[in-house]
Design a protein around this ligand. Sequence first.
Ligand code: SF4
Length: 319
Amino acid sequence: MSKYTVLHDRLHRWYLEHGRHDLPWRRTEDPYRIYLSEIMLQQTQVATVLERFYFPFLERFPTLKDVAEASEEAVLKAWEGLGYYSRARHLHVTAKRTGGRLPRSAEELEKLPGIGRSTARAIACFAYGEALPILDANVKRVLYRFFRRRKATQQELWAMAERLFDSRRPYDYNQAMMDLGAMCCTPKRPDCAACPLRSSCRGRQTPERYPEPKKRKKLPLRRRQILLCRRGDSVALVQRKEALLGGMWGFPQREEMLPGRRLGTMVYRYTHFELEATILESELPSELQGRVRFFTSDELLHIPLSMLDRKIVTRFLMS
Ligand code: SF4
């Protein structure tokens, strides 16, 4: 019997009563649906995924085999607006590499692109019942507080996750820990009085001290000219190559000032920098000749564009 058996039973009762059992990825054993939810939820809130992205993506690609058979551009288009597009590119590569059939163990899943240790374990646990703990942001916060740690390495966090793990009910335990972090052990004002772990939680007197808050770094500012180069009723776009937006289409950007008609400015916040963009109607610079494709307004609706480029279309081309 584990020293946490009583606690596990309390957590389990709490989960049965308060857990988010209606989430669609909890009402299926289809590994693809579970995998898709895990990937979408890596950087995006549950409500956003649920309301805007999960079901439309599944409608477009009902199986992983459908993803494998689609072009990268079609997958990126279905991902448009979710951001962090490497997730969609990795999903596409994984679909192709596995022929639409995911491996069953966390060890094998972790070898696939875009599937880290926690995601591999989540898929293996929720789809195939493998008894392993997971470590998403909510679970980490609970562990930091439960063990009263302000800082911990990844290795130490995994060790804490193993210590508290309920191997008798791995599926329910992992879901319960995620729900506890999302609903009870929240970043601000956690509800310790209602928490099933409170009797053994070392951090419950001052929970908000754990973990140590991250210092918010000031993002570097980048200034760019964003070029609207028209030809008849079409506009020139380039296909991006950089890690952040690779595969997406977008307006050409330039650091240096170019001649043209200034249409307006926009500020856009990425994860690692802030972009101050001047939107410029201009001639196509000679070095871009042959490196762009022209799209009509109708065609722009059917290609994957980043959020910033989509906003530029709405504000400067459709108005
Ligand atoms: S007792 Fe409070 S700090 Fe500890 S796990 Fe529960 S909600 Fe979090």
